[in-house]
Each structure stands twice: as C-alpha cells, then as structure tokens.
Design a protein around this ligand. Structure first.
Ligand SMILES: Cc1cc2nc3c(=O)[nH]c(=O)nc-3n(C[C@H](O)[C@H](O)[C@H](O)COP(=O)(O)OP(=O)(O)OC[C@H]3O[C@@H](n4cnc5c(N)ncnc54)[C@H](O)[C@@H]3O)c2cc1C
Length: 572
C-alpha cells in the first residue's frame, strides 16, 4: 500500500530559500514538524554555484532609501514597492544572522564586512565570500539546518504533483528517485522553493536541474504565474559552456571591449551613463548584443563574442577576490584573466517571473506558498539587480515560513485516504511512462527544439512576430511530446523518466513565458521589443499573469503596488 507520511509543513527545495524557510519554521515553533523534500542532495541545489554576492545595506554612505530606489529603478518600476521596502530593511538582519551561523563573509583590513560594487547599485552593498558566495551560504544554511531533528529531509525525492483537496493544498506526491516508488507527504501547508527555469533555453548559466518544476506544479493546479516574460540575460557568459563570469568582475573594476578596442558602453545610446560596466544587466546585455550584431565582435568557434578585461586589476586582487573566475576561465576556455581578456557573450541567467504570491509568499491557493527564484513576490519586476536574489531567498524564505506556520496551525491535516488515492493515481501514471512509451519522438531532440524556439523567440531582443512563432511552435512541440519514446524500464535512478517529467514542466513554463511576452507590447526591463521600443506606462504598468483555466492558458493583469517612488524615465 502507498505510504503516507505526515508533517505540518512540507517544503519542496533544499536551496537557499527552502533551507531558510525550514530553519525559520522550526525556530519559531518548537513543536512543528517540517519535511524538506529535494530532487537532489541539498548541497547540489543551484544556490551552490552563486559567485558574486548578496546585497544588504551596511555602510555609512548607504541607506534603505537608496537600496529601495535602486531596486525599484532596476525593476523598471514593475517591482511592488511595499515588498521592496520590507526587503531592504530585512536584508542586513538576514546576512548578519548568516554570519552568526558561520558564513565566512570577506572582511576589510579593520575587520568590518567587505562590500563590493554591483550593477545598478548606487554604492558598494554586495557582501561576499571571495567569489564562492553561494557555496558558503548554502553550506552555512545546510549545516545550521542539521541542528534541528524536526527538519526531516527527503533527499532525491522528485515531487510530481501537489495533493489538492477541497481547493486547498494538502501535501505532495513524491517519486523516490532511488527506489522508483511514489509516496504521499501530507502537510497542512506547502512551500515551493524549487528554483528557476533557465534550462528552457539552450545557453544558460543554470544547473541542469533548473527546470521550473515548482512553477509548473502550481500552474497546473490553477495558481497563476506572474511576469514570466522577463528573462534575465547576464552579459558575461563563457561561450560554448554558458558558465557564468560573475558580475563581481565588473564590480572589482573589469571593463568590456569590442573588437575595435572600444569601451563601447561609453556610447550614450546604451543608456548606462557614467555607470558604464556597472549599469544594470538588461542594458549591458543589450549593448553586448548590439555590438555583436553590428559586427564588432570577435569570431569564435561558438559564434561571436566580446572581451571582458581584468588584466589591469593585477594578480593579487584577482587571486584574493576572484579566485573562482581564474579557475573557471583557465579550465573552460584556456584563458588566464591575469594576462588575457576573457571571451564573453550574453547568457540566460535568471527568471524574474514565477509563481504569483503576495508579500507573505502566499499564493491564491489556501496553504500553498512559494519563495526563492520559483516564486514571484514582485521584488524584481522587469529586471533583477545582481546580488538581490540570494538575499531575497533568505528574506522571503523566512517570511513565507512564518506565514505558512500560522496557516498550518489553523487547519486540520488533510485526509490520508485522499492523499493515498491521488498518489496511487500518480504512481500509475509514472509506471505507464517508465520504459512503456513506444512513440516516434526523441526526448533529447524535443528538448533541444524547445530550447531553440525559446532562444529565437525570447532573446535579448524580441518582437511580436518572433513571439507569435514561438507560441505556435511550442504548441506543436507540446503535441509531439505526447509521442516521446521512453525505453528505460529501471526503477533505480531512471534519469530518462525524470528528464521527461522535467521536459513536460519546462514546456508549460516556456509557453507561459512566450504568451506573457506576446501580450506586453512595450519595452520594459529585460523585455526589449524591437517593434515597441518604448516603455508604455499608460497601458502596461501592470504585472502579467497567466492562469491555467479550463485546460488552457489565460493571460490576465495584476496591479503594481506603487507608493514611495513615482515611475520616471529610467536613466543612469
Ligand atoms: C551561476 C549562478 C550564479 C549566481 N550568482 C548569484 C549571486 O552572486 N548573487 C545573487 O544574488 N544571485 C545569484 N544567482 C541567482 C541565485 O543563486 C538563485 O536565484 C538562487 O540561489 C535560487 O535559490 P532557490 O533556493 O530559489 O533555488 P535553488 O538553489 O535552485 O534550489 C532549488 C531546489 O529545489 C529542488 N527541486 C526543484 N524541483 C524539484 C522537484 N520537482 N522535486 C523536489 N525538489 C525539487 C532542487 O532539488 C533544489 O534543492 C546566481 C545564479 C547562477 C545560476
């Protein structure tokens, strides 16, 4: 008989957001029992690969007002201002708390916290631990979480379905990747912290596990996804692999050059003003893209690229502040940044969009919360500032947990028989997939086709025709996906099966992103339309929602919370 496990709160995801939420819940209530479910061992979550840093006000020349304004402006006025104000105030508390738990933040000579410059930020407010910030943050969170035996980990368990009963979420069905069985994990509240969806694109900094699972689970359960057209391209990825060269390189003084040796960001048309390399990511990615299109790039085996030059910074600084960048460049492109410029091109990095939540992380569905990159509390709007995301995982992971806890205390646990029945149906569906599909389509090819469509339709620049074609082609690919051949019958680490489940999730997420993009006939933040080059506040100063309704996607609008800062032209 299908096993049913019981906890008060089920958290899906063992990255920064999931771990922070788990700790917040057990610290707030000594009796609460938390399930932490993750499809990989938590230390392998994508958070581990974050390089550059986490933002929080810490200096005398800084203020919450400034961090708030930078974030609002960075978001191209699509961030909710109540959310942003709460975020900037909580940020220093969260990073200090992490220090008390053991995070080795880099220091100045006098022992104070060292901060570095980051794109779109007025002053140095990005805390760092050399350039392995995610590694240290995740280690700290993971080790701290192990102090609590009320956090029960379910590693290598792939959540395939939300258990919904009477319109409320009651838990999840999880496939044990090691054994091939599905179990029900009942929770009075569920927090999704499943990360982003960069793998919808072919060229990305994202780990292979970032397939939008939580977004797709919520979407299919009727919860809308918000602002999905805003896909962040990071200006400096290594050609060929997509490995990230952190923005910290520019924070430390790195410069961008084209083939003619020009520091092209000095061109006023690119809009970054005197910020140059420290402009926001959307603008710099567009500048790099335009330089390449204008034929000012270098020709390489993986297409055209530009140069990021760190050679003037000197070996000592590079070895202490950016050791990981040296290692990555030497290993993956055979370039030594101490003496040679680094080849770079824009790369898909982050999804601004995600599961629609309020400031508490609550979704429309009773009991269902989201935090971290999979959620959208409207902090980042149309463009995230680098280093706000790690802090966001902490601030809103903790807040979602406290609100989920309150919710959980006020409701009865879900019915065991309903959970069992839904999980048995899910197990039967998975069994019918495992090695049982004789279709004519290849999984790998279908995935590549989706990725190509997304790159063509939702690149650094988009237009209506391109996005319309993307929507049409994605619909065709979805149809063909029903005919994908699955041959592996194994129940132990059947990666063909999990790759298929991930592809189905990505196809939903990709479709929503393309539909949201098509509906927004303006340029704002990362959504740069060549046919609608201006921002249009009169018609589009609103969030995009896409809801799965009557088995079809429906595009809706949601108001932006303004307040402290009036929308103005975004100039640097
Ligand atoms: C290379 C790189 C560098 C970055 N550098 C920075 C930086 O310097 N500063 C910054 O602020 N941001 C940075 N970011 C962004 C930031 O790291 C991420 O947005 C953030 O770490 C996301 O954390 P998360 O907890 O939301 O998700 P993740 O860390 O991605 O974790 C997701 C978790 O969900 C689990 N999961 C997913 N699907 C399922 C499922 N179906 N069933 C069960 N479990 C599931 C996974 O196992 C994993 O544990 C960087 C991102 C990348 C890719």
């Amino acid at each position: 008989m299908t096993e049913v496990l019981r906890h008060d709160i089920v958290i899906v995801g063992g990255g920064a957001a999931g771990l922070r939420a788990a700790i917040a819940a057990v610290e707030a209530d000594p009796d609460v029992s938390v399930a932490l479910v993750s499809k990989v061992y938590p230390m392998r979550s994508h958070t581990v690969s974050a390089e550059g840093g986490a933002a929080a006000v810490d200096r005398d020349d800084d203020s919450f007002e400034l961090h708030g304004y930078d974030t609002v402006k960075g978001s191209d006025f699509l961030g909710d201002q109540d959310v942003i104000q709460y975020f900037v105030q909580e940020a220093p508390k969260e990073l200090t708390r992490l220090e008390h738990w053991g995070c080795p933040w880099s220091r100045n000579e006098d022992g104070s916290i060292a901060t570095r410059a980051f794109g779109g930020m007025t002053t140095k407010r990005t805390w760092f631990a050399a350039d392995k910030v995610g590694f240290h943050m995740l280690h700290t969170l993971f080790q701290h979480s192990m102090r609590f035996d009320r956090i029960v980990r379910y590693d290598e368990q792939f959540v395939t379905k939300l258990i919904v009963d009477g319109g409320a979420v009651r838990g999840v069905s999880a496939l044990d990747i090691r054994e091939g069985v599905s179990r029900a994990i009942l929770g009075r509240a569920v927090i999704l912290a499943t990360g982003g969806a960069g793998i919808c694109f072919p060229f990305t900094t994202n780990g292979n596990i970032k397939t939008g699972d939580g977004m797709a689970l919520a979407y299919r359960a009727g919860v809308p996804l918000k602002d999905m057209e805003f896909v962040q391209y990071h200006p400096t990825g290594l050609p060929g692999t997509g490995i990230l060269v952190t923005e910290a390189t520019r924070g430390e003084g790195g410069r961008l050059f084209n083939r003619k040796g020009e520091r092209f960001l000095e061109n006023a048309a690119y809009g970054v003003g005197s910020k140059l390399e420290l402009g926001p990511r959307d603008m710099i990615s567009r500048a790099v893209d335009q330089e390449i299109r204008a034929g000012n790039g270098f020709e390489g085996p993986h297409g055209q690229y530009l140069h990021l030059d760190l050679t003037h910074l000197g070996r000592k600084l590079l070895e202490t502040r950016l050791p990981f960048v040296l290692e990555l460049c030497r290993t993956y492109v055979g370039v030594d940044p101490v003496t040679q410029p680094i080849p770079i091109r824009p790369v898909v990095h982050y999804m601004m969009g995600g599961i629609d939540t309020d400031i508490d992380g609550a979704t429309e569905m009773p009991g269902l919360y989201a935090a971290g990159e999979c959620g959208n509390h409207s902090l980042n709007g149309a463009n995230r500032l680098g280093s706000n995301s790690l802090t966001e995982c902490l601030v809103f992971g903790a807040r979602a947990a406290i609100h989920a806890l309150c919710f959980a205390k006020g409701v009865e646990a879900g019915s065991e028989s309903v959970a069992r029945q839904q999980t048995e149906e899910e197990a039967a569906r998975i069994a019918s997939l495992r090695g049982q599909r004789k279709g004519g389509e290849s999984l790998a090819r279908t995935r590549s086709q989706m990725q190509e469509v997304m790159e063509e339709g939702l690149g650094v620049y988009r237009n209506q025709d391109g996005m319309r074609v993307a929507v049409e082609k994605l619909a065709q690919i979805k149809e063909r996906a029903a005919d994908i051949r699955l041959e592996d019958t194994s129940t132990v680490f059947n990666t063909e099966l999990t790759a298929y489940l991930e592809l189905v999730n990505m196809l939903d997420v990709a479709e929503v992103a393309a539909l949201s993009g098509l509906a927004r006939r303006e340029s704002r933040g990362a959504h740069a339309c060549s046919d609608f080059p201006e921002r249009n506040d009169r018609e589009y100063l609103h969030h995009s929602l896409v809801r799965f309704d009557d088995r079809r996607p429906r595009v809706e609008k949601k108001a932006v919370t303004l307040g402290r800062w009036e929308p103005e032209a975004r100039k640097y």
